[in-house]
Design a binder for this molecule. Structure first.
Ligand SMILES: *Cc1c(COP(=O)(O)O)cnc(C)c1O
Length: 360
């Protein structure tokens, strides 16, 4: 068996230990004679898996009892609509902080449901930084404020949680959830698609303060109604059962490695390997403001973009794939989620130094 260093932004690398365990359990989960994929979602075995998955997530993030945890279908993109449908609560306005492609998409989708307003934007410098809180202009009657806490494409990460007083704060944390500790109590709602840092695509996790539930717009499809889903234990209809099981294995893997404080240390060490190469060289450049650089997604440019193809080809020859930058930005992007081992990142950093030497 050979595993490759996969720097994909998503669907992304999963922990090898988790994949191996899922493989072992594929045909016969714990003596049940079935794969998890074949289980009734209402049977005791799967109900047990789902309950333990939620319990482990609550433990990792210290989620208080006053928050509901939902395991929903549809990807983060469906939440761009589900959030306004549920959180407007009879109000008309919602405010957005725009720091890149994903927050822009969330804003665009919400326009169908409410009066939107851009409270802050980093477009003036090409979406390369996180606007300071004192420059946000939130309307006092906004039902909530939405931002993307890690822009997967631009590589801009908020390393701080904005204070929004009584106005619920909503975060799209798809590409850095569980990369380090997060104080959930500062948020009204946090959501994340699974395929970056949690598990297979098709599952989305929503963590929402209970008092915000129960006032969805009346047109809201029942599967998207947080209150109905919360009351049904996320099983209003058939949930993404295998995704929930895989997420559960990833949560156990995280706990075994020391939980989120330990992951944060690991992730800082990994990201430093790449940023150090970039900063020590005039051949590589990162467009992102130093203090807002993502630990998960590292976009960078070569001195001459005509060398991109050679860089990517050489990387592939060394077993490193999916380093091509997003089509909107070009250049190179390395996504180094929780499951990317430090050896993979070291291989990339070594290759970057070698490539520069050969060009210079
Ligand atoms: C990947 C991503 C999305 C979209 O996820 P889908 O599952 O494809 O809907 C949304 N927001 C962020 C920050 C992402 O990284």
């Amino acid at each position: 068996m050979s595993r490759i260093w996969n720097f994909s932004a998503g669907p992304a690398v999963l922990p090898q230990e988790v994949l191996a365990r899922a493989g072992d359990e594929m045909l016969d989960w714990h003596g049940s004679g079935m794969s998890v994929m074949e289980m009734s979602h209402r049977g005791p075995q799967f109900m047990g898996i789902a309950a333990e998955t939620e319990k482990d997530l609550r433990e990792l993030l210290s989620i208080p009892a006053s928050y509901k945890v939902l395991f929903l279908p549809g990807g983060a993109t469906l939440q761009f609509a589900a959030v306004p449908l549920n959180l407007l609560r009879g109000r008309r306005k919602a405010d957005f902080v725009v720091t890149g492609e994903w927050s822009k998409k969330a804003l665009g989708e919400a326009k169908a449901f409410c009066d939107t307003h851009v409270a802050a934007s980093s477009e003036d410098r090409g979406f390369t930084y996180a606007p300071a809180r004192e420059n946000w202009r939130i309307r006092p009657d906004a039902a909530y404020v939405h931002y993307c806490s890690n822009e997967t494409i631009g590589g801009v990460e908020f390393h701080w949680v904005p204070e929004t007083a009584d106005i619920p704060l909503v975060a799209d944390a798809s590409s850095h959830i569980l990369s380090g500790p997060l104080d959930v109590t500062k948020f009204g709602l946090v959501y994340a698609g699974a395929q970056k840092n949690i598990g297979p695509a098709g599952l989305t996790i929503v963590i929402v303060r209970e008092d915000l539930l129960g006032q969805a717009q009346k047109e809201t499809p029942s599967v998207l109604d947080y209150k109905l889903q919360a009351d049904a234990g996320s099983m209003l209809n058939t949930p993404a059962t295998y995704g929930i099981y895989m997420a559960g294995l990833v949560f156990k893997w995280l706990k075994q490695l020391g939980g989120l404080p330990a992951m944060k240390q690991r992730n800082m060490a990994k990201a430093k390997l790449v940023y150090d190469v970039i900063d020590a060289s005039s051949f590589y450049a990162s467009p992102v403001a130093q203090e807002d650089r993502s630990l998960m997604n590292i976009p960078f440019r070569l001195a001459d973009d005509k060398l991109d193809a050679a860089f990517l080809k050489g990387a592939e020859e060394r077993g490193m794939i999916q380093l091509k930058g997003h089509r909107l930005l070009g250049g190179i992007r390395a996504s180094i989620y929780n499951a990317m081992p430090i050896e993979g990142v070291r291989a990339l950093a070594d290759y970057m130094r070698d490539f520069e030497k050969r060009q210079g």
